[in-house]
Design a binder for this molecule. Structure first.
Ligand code: SF4
Length: 233
């Protein structure tokens, strides 16, 4: 398990909770706009990978102030040690939120079945059948559909979220995604922030990749009728 970083407290990452955020290193996708390039490439955000025992001890000491732990990345579900980490956090009494790209539905299913996760935030980056530009050749887009189904059929809290960036996202794409998540609890449309990104060269040819407030409002109006709640953030 490569613990690439920790945010010691956050008021926004786990809805309704003060949480710590753990960043697991490594990812099976290469989204051009990714804000965690060091983690994606498997390097640590900190001077060295964090020691798991140290992290667990730190969290235990902060219990009372912290009332949840977010496991983010990179992509947490690629790590075999994820179940053990969740087990240990649960033993310490922490509710767990997992941020995922949805590529490994079998892992999501097991986490839910074993009661190891309380909230899932799953990215839907574009129309699932257009993922090929940032995934490896063997990636099966049906994984994304399966993860959506598993999450929506579960009894845990969840959100789907899309970072809105051209040309991956447009009105048709949001229409298609909205159909896929018809009836879901929460859909968050996220503004793209053009700071540190995984593939700066992508933006040299797409200088206007981000959507403005009006364009985001149009996407929101498309998604809103399909889901229980739609937000722009
Ligand atoms: S945005 Fe998420 S899924 Fe995409 S490369 Fe970064 S960590 Fe991986």
């Amino acid at each position: 398990m490569f613990l690439g970083g920790i945010q010691k407290n956050s008021f926004i990452d786990f809805p309704g909770k003060v949480s710590a955020v753990l960043f697991l290193s490594g990812c099976n996708f290469r989204c051009p706009y990714c804000h965690n390039p060091e983690l994606v490439k498997g390097r640590s955000d900190c001077p060295a990978f964090l020691n798991e025992s140290w992290v667990l001890e730190f969290l235990k000491k902060r219990k009372g102030f912290l009332d949840g732990v977010v496991i983010s990345g990179g992509e947490p579900t690629i790590h075999n040690g994820l179940f053990t980490l969740c087990d240990k956090l649960k033993e310490s009494g922490f509710p767990i939120k997992i941020d995922t790209n949805g590529s490994r539905p079998q892992v999501i299913q097991k986490l839910i079945k074993e009661g190891l996760v309380d909230y899932i935030a799953m990215d839907i980056k574009t129309d699932p059948f257009k993922y090929f530009s940032f995934t490896n050749a063997g990636f099966n887009p049906n994984s994304i559909l399966k993860s959506i189904q598993i999450i929506m059929e579960s009894s845990i809290n969840y959100e789907f979220r899309t970072t809105c960036i051209k040309p991956l996202v447009n009105e048709n794409v949001i229409q298609n995604i909205s159909r896929l998540i018809d009836g879901s609890m929460l859909y968050a449309l996220q503004h793209f922030r053009n700071d540190k990104v995984l593939q700066p060269e992508f933006f040299r040819f797409n200088a206007d990749a981000g959507l403005n407030i009006q364009e985001m409002a149009v996407l929101e109006s498309i998604a809103k009728p399909w889901v229980q709640s739609c937000i722009v953030r």
